[in-house]
Design a protein around this ligand. Sequence first.
Ligand SMILES: [Zn+2]
Length: 631
Amino acid sequence: MLRKLLPSLFALITTLLIVSSCSSKDEMTDDYDPARDYFTFANTGQFVTEHLALDLNVDFESSELRGFAMLSIRRIDADARELVLDTRDLTIKSAALLTADSSEPAEFRLGESHETLGTPLFIAVPDTAGERFDLMIEYNTSPKSTALQWLPPELTAGGRHPLMFSQSQAVHARSWVPLQDTPAIRITYEATVRTPESLLAVMSADNDPLTPRTGEYYFEMPQPIPSYLLAIAVGNLYFAPLGEDTGIYTEPELLDASVYEFADTQAMLEQAEAMYGPYEWGRYDLLILPPSFPYGGMENPRLSFITPSLLAGDRSLVSVIAHELAHSWSGNLVTNATWRDGWLNEGMTSYFESRLMEVIYDVKRVDEERVLMYRELLLDLERVPEHMQALAPRLDDTTSEDFQGGIHYSKGQLFLEFLEKSFGREKFDAFLTSYFQEFAFGTITTEQFLDYLEMNLLSEEGSPVTREQAEEWTYQAGLPDTVTIPSSENLDNAASLAAAWSGGEIDLADVSVEGWSPQTRIHFINSLPTDLSKEKLGELDSAWGLSETSNAEIGRTWFIQVATRRYTDAYEQMEAHLNRFGRGRLIAPVYGALASNGEDRELAQQMFERARSAYHPITAGWIESGLYEDD
Ligand SMILES: [Zn+2]
């Protein structure tokens, strides 16, 4: 996913969870198993799903999916007689066991619900079902499915058709399909999807750009994927090609702007292959969603889901595309075994992203992004409790789904940059290429990564890095001494100018911003001292048009300052920003800053209540916990 979600709010949530779970923490030390997925009910040690076939009707009237899921299952423990699946808010109508020569109704019951994990579905599997059987479940989803957002026409770009999309990562696939919802196992899938006739369905599968709009669509995903990569969207979607193997799906109103903004996607794909080996998934397309998509992007295989907030008009925010594409190797091809090992997905991908950006653009631009990343990491480290700061922290089902802010992204990237610097780029690239081959279509724990690293690099005669140094990164809080702090001449210059201007040494007119990247402007704004006068803020706002910016990241930076400093002259535009975007990163820190400036908590709540119907349930949940629960 992209990206460094909401450091402040998550830290608050995490703190609450940690405080409430402290008493039991010590007792649990002995039986804590780092390789176990604490976010699933599925008994994957006894049964393993190998294939999923879906047959779903998409009902916009009732905001429900209705139909069948058929799971092809292998019993790996011959004594096992009960299969446990993950569900959340699903209505299970019937279940049947199908073997080569029989079809029997299956006994099933739903267990007790858990806030994070949902509701286990227990299914009796008698001996007679044999080692391999199919399980057919008839079910429907609930309108409050945490994965699915049902947008009325007025919340789409075109305003004439409804639109629906899913977000399964991390534990939400279970709210639209009953299944073993854990990255520990992989499945292939196929699906028949029926929609209103005028709409198009797309999935994280073999989308055909030329498919006729019939209201009935068939998909196959022949490569095995973890359940969090199951994805679907339905809407008034059209396709435009970007290159031979790449293209864009979106509403017609956004098509031209998207084709312009993401024109470099084909080049990124070719460059990624040149660096780390073949792209294993066939086509690579982007789906540009309405503003309420909660993330920057989601790496659904073959079809990344992308926020329209990247449409800045100047290609300045496309590192998100590099990030989602890079996940085709780190994450989708080689997958973290559990969410505790999430840095193997996100840190590896952030590293890969910056390498791609260096080649497609230039190293100066990437250094700027590295500096901004490092600044956000330091903010995370101030807020996230120490025992959650390791790359591979101790997680259990009492941990918030997002527990580290952006630490596993940024600290993971810095760890890999340390390894690259120590062994040299050429050698480290060869290591990563063989890593992707070795673990392709598999899952991996932090410990397996460390063993592989040791076997291939650390154990060499005269290795510049020891296992202990590597483990400092994966298991210790904070940043080790071996970190290289990113730097950028452009941003250093911007920070000096910010100091000189705020100190009255120079006029704003002397700050020559011609040729400045959005990242440089962001750094200038972030470098302003806390006691800057409102007159000066106003001067900057009118000179740079900050309150009216079309660049979502500049807007985010500016409105955090506006809220923190109570610059009320721009509150109206700040609320417009909060209404315009639904991506958590862009809005949650603004709400957070407003609620914690000592005066405006109630105002923040009012603004949220006015805007919330347009937000995705995931985003609304994050903001709500920050606004109401940490009083
Ligand atoms: Zn990601």
